[in-house]
Write a protein of this length. Structure first.
Lengths: 366, 623
């Protein structure tokens, strides 16, 4: 691959800087949050550094690939992701348990992470031809809906509600971005709303209970209700300036089941208080806005939609995860980009950043 | 490439709305952070400092196990358990010593227990002593106010009121292991949860297990409860009615005295198991508490395998009981008729070896009926040679030998029915006709479980119908509403003519009731019993071996004694398979046990011994 010198001139150092800053905070925070955890083998923060380095390499590679070449392979990549998802599901049935991982040698990864990116790619491919003047209407949408529903149902079967919700939100974000007619959006909304009670009737009693608990954790004081109250205590006890690095108690004691993944933000809030939380929140905010600018300034539709899809995915992850940790939202398993522990998610996040970099530095090229 | 700069303007239109939307999202999070960390910050910090919100478990009662008449076999009794919360002890280290004094145990033991729980969740109580008595309870409770970090909780504890009775059938509980924890679909299992490990407790775990409850509580700085924040009531498991009859089970267990072996009794017309004994047995409650190393050692190293349910896990040659199959194979194939005679001289020379009959001096000229009644080996050697190994194997399989019966208990074994193709596969060698001789009298490669032979005798009793053996009658919830019933399940009818079965039935009746019948030890006064004795060889005996030498052999080399029977002959209500390990001869060791069980079940009187003494001693060695 020959790297155009002009590409280097336009390389988006600001974006990279923000990502590295957040990732560095993430490693520090993870180090502190898991310091007292008894883990056999390599400490989690070291593993996370390993994943970060791998991810950065993948990111740089992606950044220097002409993103338009993804366009030709969009549906192929989408099919591969779908295939891996089926592999996971079948394997999961065999081992009789929730199965989200594919093992390749010593490495295991979660295909559902890459399904998010592949859906964005497939949708960018589909919508890259401009719509009619008034925007897309229902008759254009059966195929995109198919692209959404197939992986979504497979992921719900795992069951991984969090990722399914992200797929749904990213899908509608993209629909709005590429301009769907308001009447069509309204129709979809109404159809969706009216299908809820219908679907509710099909559910078994225990499933209903699970969903109700999901929206009202007080119904489950021993499970998610308990986790939520501990999470709120952790964040709140940080106060304005926090307890200080390595001084948090709540999160280290293991009150939270996923302290190093989904609830990592509560460790940050406890040790760094309002000041630290707002700093990280501010970084995320700038990062998202910067990504959004990259999307609207892209040199072509495909790049714009691709970049926007990535931004939407990251935004919903950040918004729902922090909202959940702060008790504003039901407890769903959605990790926080660059802060939560997890290899697959770290790499898929950085692939997304790579796409943003790629779109960003080619916006002036013809 | 076509550039849609014009179109890109569309995205610029939506840009500002997106910025506003994202801004609002982040602003909401900011407001929430402000509210938690600034407005409620002081309160929440106070809660965090003492970790004031805690969980207390409230385990559900496990379902009760009854016998068929509703008498309790396994239930739960309250047990007072002492807990300490290590985090609360840090401020008051003296508590350990005081509690040790109150409970009369060395403080080091408590310290050891507190240390042992390394991977405990924070503020999770550590159990110090379970099942404390009333005096200890009173002492602790009256002093509790002075001892932060200490509390006593009442927990249900599994109790088996009849001790070791039917322990293999009922099974036992033990702490969940990591594998089981991974397999568990529902989140109701945690480390330390007691889960069914064996027997009915294992197989019916899902029915018996309830859903644990618990309380989320707020405590003060000394760890004392201030108020509950949320409560989930436990919901108890469902009750199980077994098919066994407690009285019959007791009689059967007692009949074994200190012998080892297995007995299963069944209603041949429904497949319901009426009694299931395996000896030696084990105390079922020791696995739920911390089993002592000596106890575990003595169970595992016991040469009589007390942890094995021999009725379904023990595999033994069927001995002469198998002559039933050989006879059926001979009749069905047309190789013999009831009138076919062979001559027994006491030994049968085949190949270069003498095959002996159990009766020295032989039976003389003998036909089928008397051959079964007196269990003549020579007769069946010759039937076996005429019919051939594969046809005998076919009828053995027909009655379910060589396969699991499908009873709802764990670890059932399938046994082995050899055939020429089996031998080819297993040893890569052809079948020798000399081996057919051993096979036709139930020795050699043949292996069966007591349950399989029970199925065989029940099938004969029942005109060829085989029923699935079942141990559970019904499931009820705690209010007595019937949730599930288990009606008889007919597996199949064996492909054997009624005429053949009638001939065999008559012969089995004769084996118990005719003069010279080997099973005379099982005679009852008013009820006709039909049955068959058997002796399963443990080691090959030398050719010059005398039957009387058996009692002088080391116990572990002595033969296993079999007896299978059903009664009443005209309308069978109970069938029994009895195995006495190293018991010697079926007639003397196993038949009396079957007799006690049948007599009890049918309320029949045993008939007084009418045989002459010298005759009796001869029959004691009958095979």
């Amino acid at each position: 691959m020959q790297i155009d010198r002009r590409l280097l001139i336009h390389f988006d150092w600001t974006l990279l800087g923000m990502v590295l800053a957040i990732a560095a905070i993430g490693i520090l925070n993870l180090y502190s949050a898991t310091a007292k955890m008894e883990v056999s083998g390599t400490p989690l923060y070291l593993k996370q550094i390993f994943w970060l380095l791998i991810g950065l390499m993948v990111m740089v590679t992606i950044a220097f690939i002409e993103y338009r070449s993804f366009s030709d392979m969009a549906y192929v990549i989408y099919s591969i992701a779908l295939f891996l998802l089926i592999v996971v599901l079948v394997y999961g049935i065999i081992t009789s348990g929730a199965q989200r991982w594919v093992k390749i040698g010593p490495l295991s990864f979660q295909p559902s992470e890459f399904v998010k990116l592949s859906l964005i790619l497939a949708l960018a491919k589909f919508f890259h031809r401009p719509p009619e003047r008034k925007g897309y209407s229902l008759k254009h949408l059966p195929f995109p809906f198919l692209l959404l529903f197939v992986p979504m149902i497979l992921i719900l079967k795992q069951p991984d509600l969090g990722t399914a919700i992200i797929l749904l939100l990213v899908f509608f974000s993209i629909l709005i971005f590429v301009k769907i007619r308001w009447t069509s959006l309204l129709t979809i909304g109404l159809a969706g709303a009216s299908a809820v009670p219908l679907l509710w009737g099909f559910l078994k009693e225990y499933q209903k209970k699970r969903i109700l608990t999901f929206f009202n954790p007080d119904l489950d004081p021993l499970g998610s209700g308990y986790h939520l109250i501990q999470s709120k205590i952790a964040v709140g006890s940080g106060g304005i300036i926090g307890k200080g690095f390595m001084k948090g108690t709540q999160c280290k004691l293991g009150f939270l089941p996923e302290q190093q993944t989904d609830f990592i933000f509560s460790a940050l809030g406890e040790e760094w208080g309002l000041v630290g939380s707002l700093f990280v929140l501010g970084l995320y905010f700038l990062f998202i806005l910067w990504g959004l600018r990259i999307a609207v300034q892209a040199k072509d539709r495909f790049g714009a939609i691709l970049a926007f899809g990535v931004v939407a995915m990251l935004f919903w992850h950040i918004f729902i995860n922090i909202g959940m940790v702060l008790g504003m939202m039901p407890v769903v398993g959605i990790p926080l980009p660059l802060l939560s522990y997890g290899g697959s998610f770290m790499i898929s996040t950085l692939i997304g950043v790579g796409v943003l970099l790629s779109v960003s530095m080619r916006r002036y090229l013809f | 490439m076509e550039l849609n700069t014009q179109r890109m303007e569309d995205f610029k239109g939506i840009y500002k709305y997106l910025v506003i939307f994202i801004g609002l999202g982040f602003f909401m999070i900011f407001i929430r952070l402000w509210s938690l960390q600034v407005i409620k910050g002081t309160d929440l910090r106070r809660l965090s400092e003492n970790n004031c919100i805690r969980l207390r478990e409230n385990p559900a009662d496990r379902g009760i196990i009854f016998d068929q008449k509703g008498r309790i076999l396994a239930h739960n009794r309250p047990s007072y358990e002492v807990y300490l919360i290590p985090e609360d002890l840090k401020m008051n280290p003296g508590v350990v010593h005081e509690v040790a004094k109150l409970l009369n145990i060395p403080p080091e033991e408590i310290e050891e227990k507190l240390r042992a729980q390394k991977r405990r969740a924070p503020f999770k109580p550590v159990k110090i002593k379970s099942d404390i008595n009333w005096n200890e309870l009173v002492r602790l409770e009256s002093n509790r106010i002075h001892h932060p970090g200490l509390f006593v909780d009442v927990r249900p504890r599994r109790a088996y009121d009849h001790g070791e009775l039917a322990s293999h059938l009922i099974g036992y509980l033990g702490e969940i292991d990591e594998n089981e924890l991974k397999q568990a679909k529902e989140a109701t299992y945690r480390m330390g949860t007691l889960i069914g490990k064996y027997g009915v407790e294992y197989r019916w775990e899902d029915v018996l297990r309830g859903v644990d409850g618990g309380r989320q509580i707020e405590v003060d700085a000394l760890g004392r409860e201030i108020r509950p924040l949320g409560t989930v009531e436990p919901s108890p498991g469902n009750n199980l009615y077994l098919t066994i009859d407690l009285d019959l089970q007791k009689i059967a267990e007692e009949a074994y005295q200190d012998k080892s072996g297995a007995l299963i009794a069944m209603d041949p017309k429904t497949g319901r198991i009426l009694a299931m004994v395996s000896k030696p047995s084990f105390p079922p409650d020791i696995f739920a508490r911390n089993i002592l190393p000596e106890e575990w050692k003595s169970l595992v190293e016991n040469p009589h395998h007390p942890l094995q349910n021999k009725g379904i896990q023990g595999q033994y040659p069927a001995g002469s009981v198998f002559k039933i199959i050989t006879a059926i194979a001979g009749l069905e194939s047309g190789m013999i008729t009831p009138d076919t005679q062979f001559f027994c001289t006491g030994a049968f020379h085949y190949g270069n070896r003498d095959f002996r009959c159990w009766k020295e001096g032989g039976h003389g000229a003998i036909s089928l009926h008397r051959a079964i009644v007196e269990s003549c080996d020579i007769y069946f050697y010759q039937v076996g040679l005429k019919v051939g190994v594969d046809l005998i194997a076919h009828y053995a399989n027909e009655f379910g030998l060589g396969q699991v019966t499908g009873i709802s208990l764990p670890h059932e074994k399938s046994g082995t029915v050899p055939s020429s193709s089996w031998k080819k596969k297993r040893f890569g060698a052809p079948w020798y006709s000399g081996e057919t001789l051993s096979f036709s009298v139930g020795q050699g490669y043949l292996n069966t479980t007591p349950l399989q032979l029970l199925m065989l005798i029940s099938g004969v009793a029942n005109g060829g119908k085989l029923f699935l053996p079942q141990v559970v009658d019904k499931v009820e919830d705690i209010y007595g509403n019937k949730l599930k019933e288990y009606p008889p399940v007919e597996l199949r009818r064996v492909n054997v003519s009624e005429k053949t079965l009638r001939i065999v039935q008559e012969a089995l009746r004769g084996a118990v009731n005719d003069p010279h019948g080997t099973g005379w030890n099982c005679q009852l006064k008013d009820v006709k019993v039909a049955g068959k004795t058997g002796t399963a060889q443990v080691v090959r005996l030398p050719e010059n071996f005398k039957k009387g030498d058996m009692n002088r052999m080391p116990l572990k080399f002595r033969d296993h004694a079999w007896f299978v029977a059903y009664a009443p002959f005209e309308d069978p209500k109970i069938s029994v398979a009895v195995l006495v390990e190293h018991g010697g001869f079926g007639a003397s060791a196993a038949a009396p046990i079957a007799k006690k069980v049948i007599a009890k079940y049918l309320n029949a009187e045993p008939s007084p011994p009418i045989k002459m003494l010298e005759k009796q001693s001869e029959f004691d060695y009958a095979d």
